[in-house]
Ligand binder design. Structure first.
Ligand code: THU
Length: 301
């Protein structure tokens, strides 16, 4: 674990823990610090305002506050001061405790709405922002700010965090689909396919096609990836990349329908050939006038 997640004045949401843990892990790794740890407190307007007033003399709501344990020499960050980081080693944790991050869930929700992206992405960004503060980054001066923003951007790219403006990082997802293809079992068609699904909470699930001597028992790469996501409890897909080895692998009709169950029609479907370019279409373009779960709402039972 890279974080401890504490809910204060906010409803517990267990699905956040794995996600924020991954965000922190990516930030620590980008900085090159091993064994780092941070506490993430999720609070509300009232909670953060009180803290902001008591600790910083600023009597107003803010989105995130960071309280580093390490004091870094001017201009230095955690990766350049391994000894200082080591001093914060906590044997009970088996990790170096870099400090606390406090996030106002209400403010994060407002910002997500304002920027037009998911709450998950906003919480991911705020956690990454704070993780870099805890590692000595700052944004008071223009030069420092540029460096900090660049680190945040790198973290968001690695996490493939969805941006509501459509500028998510398709490269990362497509690369994973290409990697997944290496495990394809296609002795009959020799048509190797890999897929990678990004779920709404920022997790990624890879899959590949696997064929069968009884040809109809073959499973496509997309449904293999979808099965992994569903088995992990993820039911909202945000994007999928599909890569063919010898040609771009357009999803078959059955896979389009399976994706339809768990994805918005606006979901990007990234399709290409390994080593080549890819194209991005929406699910709706691939499956117009489709039939989905809402068509059965209020029926049955
Ligand atoms: N295939 C996929 O993995 N995904 C698709 O959507 C199209 C087809 C695989 C299944 C089979 O192993 C091979 O491609 C040839 O049909």
């Amino acid at each position: 674990m890279n974080i401890e997640l504490i809910f204060e004045n906010a409803h517990e949401d267990a699905s956040l823990e794995g996600f924020l843990d991954r965000v922190a892990g990516v930030c620590f790794e980008l900085e090159g610090v091993d064994d780092a740890f941070m506490t993430v407190v999720i609070t509300d307007d009232q909670g953060i305002r009180t803290l902001n007033r008591d600790m910083r003399d600023v009597d107003r709501v803010t989105d995130v506050l960071s309280f580093p344990t390490v004091s870094y020499p001017a201009g230095k960050t955690a990766g350049q001061c391994p000894k200082r980081v080591r001093r914060e080693y906590d044997p009970a944790l088996g990790k170096c405790n870099l400090g606390d991050c406090v996030i106002d869930l209400e403010q994060a929700r407002r910002q997500a709405e304002e920027f037009g992206h998911s709450l998950m992405r906003e919480l991911g960004y705020l956690t990454a922002h704070s993780a870099f503060h805890l590692m000595g980054y700052d944004h008071m001066e223009d030069g420092d700010k540029r460096v900090m923003r660049e680190m945040e951007k790198r973290a968001m790219r690695v996490l493939s965090l969805w941006r509501g403006d459509g500028s998510m990082d398709y490269d990362v997802l497509f690369k994973r689909a290409c990697e997944a293809l290496d495990n394809s079992y296609a002795p009959y068609s020799h048509f190797k396919v890999g897929a990678c699904i990004l779920t709404e909470d920022g997790s990624m699930f890879s899959g590949c096609n696997f064929e069968n001597a009884s040809l109809g028992a073959t499973i496509c790469a997309e449904r293999c990836a979808a099965s992994c996501a569903i088995a992990a409890g993820k039911r909202r897909f945000a994007a999928i990349a599909i890569a063919g080895e010898s040609a771009p692998a357009w999803p078959c009709g059955i896979c389009r329908q399976v994706l339809r169950e768990f994805s918005p029609l606006s979901m990007p479907v990234i399709v290409g050939q390994k080593g080549g370019e890819y194209r991005v279409l929406t699910l709706e373009e691939l499956l117009p006038r489709s039939f989905g779960p809402e068509d059965l709402q209020g029926k049955g039972e």
